[in-house]
Design a protein around this ligand. Sequence first.
Ligand code: FCB
Length: 405
Amino acid sequence: MNTFPDGFLWGASTAPHQIEGNNLNSDFWANEGRVPGMERSGDACDSYHRYREDMQLLAEAGLNSYRFGIEWARIEPEPGLISRAELAHYRRMIDTANDFSLTPFVTLHHFTNPRWFAEQGGWTAPGAIDRFRSYVENVTSILDGVEWVATMNEPNMLAMMTGMAALMQQAQQQGEGWQSPTVDTDGPRPALPAPRPEIGRIFVEAHHAVRDIVRERTGAKVGWTVANRAFETRPGGEEKRRELEYIWEDLYLEGSRGDDFVGVQSYSAQWVNADGIEPYPSHPDNTLVGSAYRPDALAIAVRHTAEVTGGIPIVVTENGIATHDDSRRIAYTDEALRHLGQTIAEGIDVRGYLHWSLLDNYEWGHWEPTFGLVEVDRETFQRTPKPSLGWLGEVARRNARADAA
Ligand code: FCB
């Protein structure tokens, strides 16, 4: 099947720190200046000022939804100091999306924390969930009419990043290079650590706490988005896979039960053998973040998510490819959508596809891996749509893949 359900969301996703620029009060910004080998976000894509242009590009291409985030470090730059001006800024973004007939999909937390929050011990410190709750309470005042709210982006990756703090310090002391959590290339650097379940459980609790607040105070559907690794098993690797799947995904997917939806985020697939996760083999098709070219991963991710969450509605909130070759992006996305269509034909309730990403942006310490449907000149901030933007817009207008028209 290559046509999609009526009312399907077609859009692109972004995260505030990666596109806005000058996120001065965030913990990530603070690290950018300290850790060797980490490029700075700087002005990023200046989307803090140019969000209207970003949304216009999306809408004119034919897409009907935009996923963007609200930055806690801007709303609450000091503990308890809530910026009315920043709340109004994000409300203007919601209004602008509505003006362009783009359904806003709002993320409340996308990896970055206020710097003060990190200095108070971050997510593992006592009181962390209360601090997050208080931020979310303030944000609900601007969410009127918003239909989709994700509390946290990829809590599983965030759990890994929280565990990485110690590694970052070590890298700093030993003068080693920064390793982005989303870049998985071969090299002398140590493998990224697995997310620790005890940290993951803090996020599940935080998610449930703010889910209730969003439900009480707004009419939004609420859920969170989970990074899916689409594990596949080598003979003898079954037990290891179950163990890793729990640590990486199922703890968080089980935390989605009772939500209004779950966001699936998928880029590649990975083999598991009896010893653990196999590194991506070197291959000319590997993407700029080192992962294997696996557009079929999306269907593996969607099926697994549906199974573990008990069939709550799914929105693909991220899927894309880091490449300099835009024809590869189109080929990857078309193939991913074919696989997504199969999952819908099987009866899985998928409500939308939000591509990662709208813009070539700051990939957590690196500018090299480009995921965008739109190129951005980092000096003039001029946006130049790539053919993939128009291509995805056409898919959206038809609500079908080309060969199904
Ligand atoms: C995901 C993140 C997103 C971006 C993509 C490539 O893990 O949510 O911000 O970095 O990977």
